[in-house]
Design a protein around this ligand. Structure first.
Ligand code: ADP
Ligand code: MG
Length: 226
């Protein structure tokens, strides 16, 4: 079954001068797919990614997650769907500065796991997966940008999501740190998660199996290659 399906999904931001950030589009993301979204600034990439992550609701059309129409779910059910199935990675990491790496990662299970002991054990394992077992007690300010993004990835994957969506995850990193973030996203995908990543990095986009290109709120190209 398709993981996520956009059935005529569009998004217009209301206001004095409304902005149609995404014109109605049909789009399917399959289980285990590794996809990039590219396009100029303002073309609607983040809007598409917010909708994909159920962080925003469409202005028109239907968004199906494993065949379920997200509009039929109440807020609590959408929050549960997100917590159980979707991992989020952002350009600016969004870590809590006062919390250790371990505790930041453990917040990824807050909505699912009541036992703080089990959250911490899972966080330890997730930090190991991103190669940061030795930094568990460091705060974000004591870590490099690349390390902070890896902590954010550990937080995103702690619950074993089916989808990881990352909005310009290498945008604030130097190329070496960016490469290690990309390698992690690939490893996640090898383990079965669908990964959708917005990027400005043309080399990265060219190296991934599917590339969706946006312009002025529309998908202008969608190519899969071996
Ligand atoms: P991208 O990520 O490709 O840079 P966005 O999806 O962030 O593009 O934005 C697409 C368009 O929608 C832009 O013109 C932007 O100004 C507008 N936009 C984005 N978010 C909002 C919002 N919350 N309210 C109004 N307009 C918005
Ligand atoms: Mg954006």
């Amino acid at each position: 079954m398709t993981l996520i399906e956009f059935d005529g999904v569009g998004r217009t931001y209301a206001g004095a001068s409304p902005v149609t950030a995404l014109h109605p589009v049909d789009l399917a993301i399959e289980h285990g797919e590794l996809t990039t979204i590219v396009g100029p600034s303002g073309s609607g990439k983040s809007t598409l990614l917010y909708l994909l992550g159920t962080l925003d609701r469409p202005s028109c059309g239907r968004l199906l997650f494993e065949g379920r129409d997200v509009a039929t779910l109440d807020d609590r059910q959408v929050a549960a769907l997100r917590a159980d199935h979707i991992g989020f990675v952002f350009q600016r990491f969004h870590l809590v500065p006062s919390m250790s790496a371990l505790d930041n990662v453990a917040t990824g299970l807050l909505y699912r796991e009541r036992s703080s002991r089990r959250r911490r054990d899972a966080a330890t394992a997730a930090l190991e997966r991103v190669g940061l077992a030795g930094r568990a007690l460091h705060r974000p300010g004591q870590l490099s940008g690349g390390e902070q993004q890896r902590v954010a990835i550990a937080r995103a994957i702690i619950g074993g999501p089916q989808l990881v969506r990352a909005d310009e995850p290498t945008g604030n990193l130097d190329s070496a740190a960016g490469d290690s973030v990309v390698a992690l996203l690939r490893a996640l995908n090898d383990n079965g998660a669908a990964v959708v990543v917005v990027t400005h990095d043309v080399q990265l986009a060219a190296s991934l199996p599917r590339r969706i290109e946006m312009r002025d709120g529309q998908i202008v190209a969608d190519a899969r290659h071996a």
